[in-house]
Design a protein around this ligand. Structure first.
Ligand SMILES: [Zn+2]
Length: 273
């Protein structure tokens, strides 16, 4: 058996609004840990380095942070045989200090309340010290300037190798659309997790597919479509250990780390597809 290289990916959570850091921080962190666990089932394929750019720390370590650490430790030891903490589980706080104004001014998008995705990526790389050669996923609590012909955009890849992406939490948020949801954070987590899973899947060479419940579904983009993307389908033969595995929309605390499920069922229209 050949030893496949482990793909290093940097993830940066970027909060401009302290209230959003408090509201979403732990939910997004849990989702990232879940996706990391999924892609490392059976063997390690990705190695995440985590950065946090925020005025306020994410509350914790709370109950779910410790759960995350324990959960990851278990998964980690199952394929390394070591009981040590996996590398990269900690979030590196990146202080902006007096660079803060410059950071947001430099990243200003075409419209008043949007950020320019390419400039933000560049600034995150230099501030967090992420090399040009490393894949980078930036998650931001601001709207991204949409490409020509789009009203909004949830996530998009950039760069010659498409290996850097920005995900905006804004259009995933039912509140942004004035939609009343009993548990908006559960939906945001589901949508965010599906978007991350697609980005990382692409980095690992998975192709888009026609299965609406799969993370690699080719028509992803709308929040409602993301609601039903709950697993990796068996059509992705490159990663047989991951076939039919994923996560269902959380029914309890969205900040709690969910275990990988076999054949989780989508809700919404994909349940009927
Ligand atoms: Zn698929």
């Amino acid at each position: 058996m050949s030893e496949a290289a482990v793909l290093p990916i940097s993830v940066a959570l970027v909060f401009r609004e302290p209230s959003q850091a408090q509201r979403l921080g732990r939910v997004l962190q849990a989702a990232i840990g879940e996706i990391e666990t999924l892609y490392n089932l059976g063997q390690q394929r990705i190695l995440l380095t985590r950065h946090l750019i925020s005025d306020v720390p994410i509350r914790g370590p709370g109950e779910s942070d410790w759960l995350l650490v324990r959960f990851m430790k278990r998964t980690w030891s199952s394929f390394t045989g070591e009981a040590t903490e996996p590398p990269g589980i900690m979030w590196n706080a990146v202080p902006l200090g007096d660079q803060k104004l410059k950071f947001w001014e430099a990243s200003q998008g075409k419209f008043v309340d949007t950020v320019n995705p390419e400039k933000l990526l560049e600034f995150v790389r230099s501030t967090a010290g992420v090399s040009d050669q490393q894949a980078l996923l930036v998650v931001v609590d601001q709207r991204i300037t949409p490409p020509e012909g789009f009203v909004y955009i949830i996530g998009k890849s950039y760069g010659p190798r498409d290996d850097q992406a920005i995900i905006s939490t804004v259009p995933m948020d039912p509140e942004y659309w004035d939609i009343k949801e009993a548990n908006p954070l559960a939906l945001i987590k589901q949508r965010f997790r599906a978007t991350c899973a697609a980005f990382i899947g692409e980095r690992l060479g998975l192709k888009q597919c026609p299965e609406p419940a799969c993370y690699m579904y080719r028509l992803a983009g709308d929040p409602e479509v993301l609601d039903g993307m709950v697993r990796l389908g068996a059509e992705h033969r490159e990663l047989p250990e991951l076939a039919e595995k994923g996560f269902s929309v959380p029914s309890g605390d969205p900040a709690a780390v969910q275990p990988v499920e076999v054949n989780p069922q989508p809700k919404g229209w994909q349940a009927l597809a």
